[in-house]
Write a protein that binds this ligand. Structure first.
Ligand SMILES: Cc1cc2nc3c(=O)[nH]c(=O)nc-3n(C[C@H](O)[C@H](O)[C@H](O)COP(=O)(O)OP(=O)(O)OC[C@H]3O[C@@H](n4cnc5c(N)ncnc54)[C@H](O)[C@@H]3O)c2cc1C
Length: 434
């Protein structure tokens, strides 16, 4: 019987398993797939390197030869051109690199899972978790029920970690899931060879293309020397109203941005279109008696800033502190995980507020981030430095800019402000969805 049973061997599950195993905890991952397996989420942010370094995985990232990502490049819609944000302009404390990585997730997730195993975690692949078991009297999670070759097997554990990603096993079982009140995005993506990756010195960047559709944008992520991932995102309603099949919709959207169209003109598709929908939500709580939710199993915010893997592995880092304390004291009640909830929520809330303001300012974003006063602060956010911060001044500056435009009659930029509500504020709004 493991002390800690982890559902899912994605980045969140493997990272927390590594931390706990390295601390001497008997920990096991139950992963329904057999790695390597495809996954979306292929571009990282620099703050991930801090966690990789802490768990001794940074060396593997280098050895595996993942593509280095020096920054992000943004392309306006309708006209050609780009501006770049370069990570080396804002060195992150505790990170000794001026780049992060683009990853083929099958390869990256397998390497991280193997690292967890090497660190002492037990890994069971091809083992799907059906449900989390609870002590009836105390309503405390005390194990999991898994499927092994069609047989149901119960595995007891002192603490259960749900790292099942957007499958949200425990959130669904307990009815904790709240839909995001604002975002309902839809994405279609595919892989290409021989894409035109843009001007010299910008091939290795993530390229973000603005699209003239509600909350529309596209990504270009070079995941290996030959393969580039492209994805198109917009409000789900935009897709629905098109009445198109996913591939036709993708191609139509590509044609709305000249730079994006150019990137794909001579490219060959090597992985077919796939769609991702309904991916913005939060659980009403991130922990309960005997259980903790991490990564996408806890909360998912819009992927515009490539935050997902960073959130997954940071949530693992914070959850491990509370879990180690709970195992030591024997108190696995919900309140034992309060610190974890506060830390995760404060970091993800900063991402969330930044994303809200970004979508509000969408067409002004380029203007804003090239401003000498704000550029570095925005770069700091884009690098994933969102945790343990009491103030994020640049978010207030973005709000002020919006207010000035909204309150100035006939302001030239008025038409460029989106209609998205921005009352949510990180650090002051303690609500999780009802
Ligand atoms: C359109 C889109 C684009 C994105 N782009 C980016 C990006 O560029 N950069 C970025 O960082 N993030 C991106 N993300 C987010 C990223 O995919 C996730 O945030 C990240 O994978 C979360 O990691 P995780 O470990 O929490 O979950 P996952 O990576 O989903 O891992 C969960 C694991 O649990 C397993 N599992 C599920 N159910 C069960 C079960 N019942 N029993 C056992 N195992 C189970 C799954 O097989 C999986 O291996 C994007 C997401 C979307 C939707």
């Amino acid at each position: 019987m493991p002390e800690v049973a982890i559902i899912g061997g994605g980045p969140g599950g493997s990272t927390i398993a590594t931390y706990l195993a390295q601390a001497g905890v008997d920990v096991a991952i139950y992963e329904k797939a057999i790695h390597p397996r495809f996954h979306i989420g292929e571009s990282l942010v620099p703050s991930t390197s801090r966690v990789f370094e802490e768990i001794g995985f940074l060396e593997t990232m280098e050895k595996e030869g993942f593509n280095k990502k020096p920054g992000a490049a943004w392309h306006p819609s309708k006209t050609s051109g780009l501006f770049k944000m370069i990570f080396k302009d804002y060195p992150l404390e505790g990170v000794d690199q001026d780049y992060t990585y683009h990853v083929e997730r099958a390869k990256f997730d397998l390497a991280l899972l193997k690292h967890a195993q090497k660190s002492g975690a037990k890994i069971f692949q091809g083992v799907g978790v059906r449900e989390v078991l609870f002590d009836e009297e105390t309503q405390t999670a005390n194990g999991i029920r898994v499927d092994i070759s069609g047989q149901k097997v119960d595995i007891p554990a002192k603490i259960v970690v749900d790292a099942s990603g957007r499958n949200t096993i425990l959130g669904t079982q307990l009815g904790l899931k709240g839909r995001d009140p604002i975002f309902n995005q839809f994405a279609v993506h595919a892989w290409y060879e021989n894409a035109d990756l843009g001007p010299e010195h910008a091939e290795d960047y993530i390229h973000i293309y603005f699209l003239p559709a509600e909350r529309g944008w596209a990504w270009q992520i070079p995941i290996s020397e030959t393969v580039t991932s492209f994805g198109v995102v917009a409000e789900k309603e935009v897709f629905k109203q098109s009445g198109k099949k996913i591939g036709d919709w993708f191609e139509d959207m590509v044609r709305t941005n000249p730079d994006l169209e150019k990137a794909l003109v001579g490219a060959t598709k090597v992985r077919d279109y796939a769609a991702e929908a309904d991916y913005s939500y939060s659980m009403k709580k991130f922990a309960g008696n005997g259980f903790v939710l991490i990564g996408d199993a806890a909360r998912f915010v819009d992927p515009i800033f490539s935050s997902g893997v960073s959130v997954a592995i940071h949530s693992a880092a914070y959850a491990k502190d509370s879990i180690l304390k709970a195992l030591e004291t024997g108190d696995v009640s919900e309140s034992a995980f309060d610190d974890y909830t506060v830390q995760l929520k404060s970091g993800v809330d900063v991402w969330y507020e930044f994303i809200l303001l970004y979508y509000k300012l969408l067409h002004l974003f380029t203007h804003f981030v090239t401003h000498p006063q704000y550029k570095l602060e925005i770069l700091r956010l884009l690098s994933g430095d969102v945790y343990d911060r009491s103030e994020v001044d640049v978010l207030d500056a973005m709000r002020e800019k919006i207010a000035t435009i909204e309150n100035t009659p006939n302001h030239l930029l008025k038409d460029y402000i989106g209609d998205i509500p921005i009352d949510f504020r990180a650090g002051t709004d303690s609500r999780l969805p009802a």
